[in-house]
Design a protein around this ligand. Structure first.
Ligand code: ADP
Ligand code: MG
Length: 740
């Protein structure tokens, strides 16, 4: 019997040759093969037998061409006629002016024809259908064994995608009727109505996959990894049933149930992994407890040049509470750019310092490290907390209460406490080792650190508290799923007094008026204007196209605003030229700066008060929000103009959201519903690749699986009563294997 962890070559008829091809589809084990889910299904009921055809409908038949003629009428018209037949009858097909068909349609061969049925003088004909040749091998099998009466009648056109899944596949369940496995596979032919179409690769067709998956389903040992109680409690279908149904669904309903169960698994394992990690973390002990010096902390907060927002207060409270605990904090602090995360981290570092421990503050780039250093030096000016900066370029010597730096920090023996990543138990802190006094690690934008750096980060110190900060607006439920081992604090409001960026959607009809308004802003308000060029389809991956579009925009605006100076910045410029463009804009030599979407993100120009985004519909809401964040950094009212030439409903719904909402979280949530997480958050987030069926927009399933995972871990943290799950978690080293 096949085991799910067996290599794929254990499946009959899969040798090293096929195994190589399957690796391209990320299929390595028997389990991988069973979890290679269909991308869509062909509905066999969409094929009609000739006797069931009805006047006026669009139908698809599979028929043999008995006769094909190219006819020239006396009126100078050219038409093609074919007489075709299946086991139930004959029908005439007519095309007009398609004489080339005589080269592709041959008498004696079988085709799928799809077109409108028409009554012509009391006889049905098929009018100008599309055609596709049907696989001959399959057909001979069908002629021998098929029962045409069992082909269900139906009305719709067959699926137009001819790349994978030929009509023959659709009829025969894609199972080759010749060959050794054939006879065994016949039953599914007659019971299955929905036929799976898979992601394919060269030499691996859906048809072939179906036959190998069927063979695997018949012989593999598919033990359900969920306990019967879990299955019952959440009304799930068994694993083996679900795998069978997702590949060979009996009906739409069984397919839905199967997908639900398998989607449950995906989220459940993600949750279980996170919850388990979190449990392990809570078992750990910090080396030295932090005692909160409430009065001094309050004094520090009161001395800040501004009043904390409510959200900052809440987050600070949650963090301070964690710091006091004996188990290390592992918290994610999320908040829009400019929401004031740094000061919250600073308070945590201060609290740590008051308790005699040191803090590290890691930034992903040198620029950010410098920026934090400057800002924090100001914040701590009146305290006795010492700050040091360590980047590749700057290495301040000495021991500081708070050390800010880039990953250069990670390799500094003097700062990170004890070193070895996976330390075997050994007597603590020998004399020659640095004092183990690292209390807190703050990590800004952790996802921008590399894998090795992250691993190193995890191993720093002796279970210090960890605070990770991110400006990626991931809604809480989703953050908790993707980072199940983290607690999450969200800063969902901007500091008081910051003006909202007034945002308008500008359709084509109002463009001229908008330009007039912009002219006025520049002339009377000395406003400076960003113009962001359309996003170039990444599938075109053409840098030149982007540059071209930027130049065109520049030329266009030069004509519209001949009296203003306009700058241009794009990825192909040399870095001196880029700096020049930015400096000119900063010093008001230029009033308008045309920029490509990519280059634009890194630019920080506080006095720009207007941003125009061309072809705004091409951007996601999260992206638009990031772009919009380029203005509104000064103290004047800022504006964002979203130019669009389409007015479909989804587009206007999306863009209107930009005018109504100013929170990155709210916008990300809306975007998620419309576009899905891959688009919204990019592919870098851990866990996304493990989700093939589950949607992160399915909040209910996220919550259900979270509950299921939490229940299990809270009653049986070591999974002693769940041997199957235990095996899975222990095996889990990468997201890919999570599901197998
Ligand atoms: P981010 O969350 O993007 O890291 P920062 O921490 O850099 O944001 O804060 C952005 C700016 O807002 C900084 O100049 C900071 O001093 C200021 N700031 C932070 N909190 C407040 C507040 N409550 N009121 C006013 N300004 C604040
Ligand atoms: Mg920041």
């Amino acid at each position: 019997m096949l085991s799910l962890s067996d290599p794929i070559t254990k499946v009959p008829l899969i040798g090293p040759n096929y195994a190589d091809k399957l690796h391209k589809l990320n299929i390595h084990t028997v389990g991988d093969l069973l979890h290679h889910y269909p991308i869509r299904y062909l509905d066999r009921s969409q094929f009609t037998t000739i006797q069931d055809l009805k006047d006026g409908e669009i139908a698809t038949i599979i028929a043999e061409v008995l006769d094909f003629k190219n006819i020239y009428t006396k009126f100078g018209k050219n038409l093609q006629q074919a007489k075709v037949a299946d086991a139930t009858g004959q029908i005439q097909i007519t095309w007009f002016n398609q004489s080339f068909l005589s080269r592709t349609i041959r008498e004696g061969e079988w085709y799928a024809f799809s077109g409108r049925v028409k009554d012509y003088h009391g006889r049905l004909t098929l009018q100008a259908p599309e055609h596709e040749r049907v696989d001959e091998n399959s057909l001979s099998g069908w002629q021998r064994q098929g029962d045409p009466q069992k082909l269900p009648a139906g009305k719709e056109k067959f699926n137009q995608n001819t790349k994978s899944g030929s009509p023959a596949d659709a009829i025969f369940g894609g199972v080759s009727l010749t060959g050794p496995a054939g006879s065994q596979l016949l039953p599914s032919l007659h019971t299955g109505r929905l036929v799976a179409v898979y992601p394919e690769t060269a030499g691996v067709s859906s048809k072939w996959l179906r036959s190998r998956i069927k063979a695997t389903l018949d012989t593999a040992d598919i033990t359900d990894h969920l306990a019967p109680a879990t299955i019952q409690r959440y009304s799930l279908k068994p694993l083996s049933y679900s795998l069978t149904q997702i590949h060979f669904p009996e009906s739409q309903d069984t397919l839905t149930l199967a997908r639900h169960r398998l989607a449950f698994d995906e989220l459940f394992f993600l949750q279980l992994e996170g919850t388990h990690k979190r449990h392990l973390l809570k078992q750990k002990q910090v080396s030295r407890l932090i005692q909160l010096h409430h009065q001094e902390i309050r004094h520090f907060i009161d001395s800040l040049p501004f009043k904390l927002t409510r959200a900052q207060h809440r987050a600070t409270g949650q963090i301070l509470e964690d710091l006091e605990k004996g188990s290390p904090m592992n918290r994610l602090l999320e908040g829009d750019v400019g929401s004031g995360k740094t000061v919250v981290a600073a308070i945590a570092a201060y609290a740590t310092h008051l308790s005699g421990l040191k803090s590290l503050f890691m930034a992903p780039t040198e620029i950010l490290a410098n920026q934090h250093y400057r800002e924090l030096t100001k914040l701590f000016a009146a305290t006795n907390l010492s700050i040091g900066l360590r980047t590749g370029a700057t290495k301040q010597i000495g021991e500081f209460d708070l050390t800010i730096g880039t990953h250069a920090l990670l390799f500094d023996k003097n700062l990170s406490g004890s070193q070895a990543p996976a330390r075997p138990p050994k007597p603590k802190a020998k004399e020659e080792e640095p004092p183990n006094n690292l209390g807190l690690i703050i990590i800004d934008e952790q996802h921008r650190f590399g894998v090795a750096q992250r691993a190193k980060l995890e191993s720093l110190g002796d279970n210090p508290h960890r605070l990770t900060m991110s400006a990626t607006p991931i809604p809480r439920t989703i953050a908790l799923t993707l980072y199940g081992d983290l607690d999450v604090s969200i800063i969902d409001e901007l500091p008081h007094g910051r003006e909202r960026i007034k945002t308008w959607v500008v359709p084509s009809a109002k463009r001229t008026g908008a330009y007039r308004w912009i002219r006025d802003q520049i002339a009377t308000q000395t406003a400076q204007v960003f113009v962001v060029c359309p996003l170039i389809d990444p599938s075109e991956t053409d840098k030149l196209k982007e540059v071209k579009s930027a130049r065109q925009e520049y030329d266009k605006l030069t004509k519209i605003f001949p009296d203003f100076k306009i700058g241009l910045i794009h990825g192909r410029l040399k870095s001196a030229e880029k700096n020049r463009a930015i400096t000119d804009f900063k010093t008001r030599i230029t009033q308008i700066l045309v920029a490509t979407p990519v280059i634009e993100v890194g630019i920080d120009i506080p006095q720009a008060a207007v941003i125009v985004i061309e072809a705004a519909e091409r951007f996601g809401l999260a992206q638009l929000h990031q772009l919009r964040g380029r203005v509104g950094r000064g103290d004047t009212q800022s504006y964002c103009l979203l130019f669009t030439s389409t007015d479909t409903q989804t587009v206007s719904h999306r863009l209107t959201a930009m005018t109504r909402y100013h929170s990155g979280f709210k916008l990300a949530e809306i975007d998620l519903k419309i576009r899905g997480p891959g688009e919204v958050f990019g592919v870098m987030q851990h866990g996304f690749d493990a989700l093939k069926l589950a949607r992160l927009s399915n909040i209910k399933l996220i919550e259900t699986t979270k509950e299921a995972a939490t229940n299990i871990i809270s009653t049986d943290p070591n999974l002693d009563h769940y041997p199957q799950l235990k095996v899975k978690l222990n095996l889990d080293t990468s997201p890919r294997t999570t599901l197998n």
